[in-house]
Design a protein around this ligand. Structure first.
Ligand SMILES: [Zn+2]
Length: 268
């Protein structure tokens, strides 16, 4: 059976609800933490913004609130989608990549960060942000916070900076698997949880059995789809992309070439 479809996403949300987990947005999780079992459902909208809307609508129908981080690039920044998702009661945040866009120029990056933050605040009073991994770039977007404070920008959280992942279990769907971490270059966190899952049905079974951690942040991108054609297309692309990443890590020439191609594709 195909995994990472809206159908399997629904089964995951359902399992959490049956096990009495409460869903909180990241903003709520930080400002008014829940006592008991809690899930923060986080969506980094790297691309396919319309898929994000489908996920948001499904969540809304199930009474689930989630957090959506949008990039400034056109594949993610679709006003109609951002507006609707905010209206559905979800949290909206900024998925920033300003240090990469400014090619490491910290001053310029801070300027555009502020500009972009102001832009997204037209749709929602943004309180949290998450960094985009930009795996093909040599710059790490997180370093924006080396000399600056989140609170200076009216922000209260950044997942990589504000969460102790030894207390909060973290799961991400990188590479269409819950254990695809080897393909992630920067979306990785230090954690002492000794739990590994591959498919969504494995996660669901584990939640049903009651052994799943109490506090969890799940990063689900927007590649979940019921559309057969899109599903196969995305899986084939992911296969090539992951192999490119592995080759690029070993070969600098291919790495640079791949980096240039990615930059061209993600033009603002
Ligand atoms: Zn991203």
């Amino acid at each position: 059976m195909r995994d990472f479809t809206l159908k399997s996403y629904r089964s995951l949300l359902h399992a959490f609800q049956q096990a009495n987990y409460e869903f909180q947005t990241f903003e709520e999780f930080l400002s008014q933490p829940n006592e008991g079992k809690t899930v923060v459902m986080r969506h980094d909208v790297d691309e396919l913004a319309w898929n994000a809307l489908k996920m948001a609508q499904l969540e809304n129908r199930m009474g689930v609130k989630a957090t959506y981080y949008f990039r400034i690039v056109k594949q993610s920044n679709v006003p109609e989608v951002i507006e609707t998702i905010a209206r559905l009661g979800h949290e909206v945040g900024y998925h920033y990549e300003d240090l990469v866009l400014a090619e490491g120029d910290e001053k310029k990056a801070m300027e555009t960060f502020e500009e972009h933050l102001t832009y997204f605040r037209k749709y929602y009073p943004v309180k949290t942000v998450s960094m985009h991994g930009s795996s093909s770039s040599r710059f790490d977007n997180r370093l924006l916070w080396k000399n600056h404070g989140l609170s200076d920008y009216g922000l209260i959280g950044e997942p990589y900076l504000s969460i102790d992942f030894n207390q909060v279990f973290y799961m991400t769907d990188t590479g269409f698997a819950w254990d695809g971490g080897k393909y992630a270059t920067r979306d990785v966190v230090e954690s002492n949880f000794d739990l590994k899952f591959h498919s969504t049905s494995q996660v669901v079974r584990y939640i049903e059995q009651g052994g799943y951690p109490e506090k969890v942040m799940i990063l689900a991108h927007t590649l979940w789809t019921d559309n057969w054609f899109q599903w196969y297309g995305l899986h084939i692309r992911e296969f090539f992309r992951n192999n490119m990443k592995l080759i690029a890590k070993k070969n600098r020439f291919i790495g640079d070439l791949y980096g240039k191609m990615v930059k061209l594709y993600w033009k603002k």
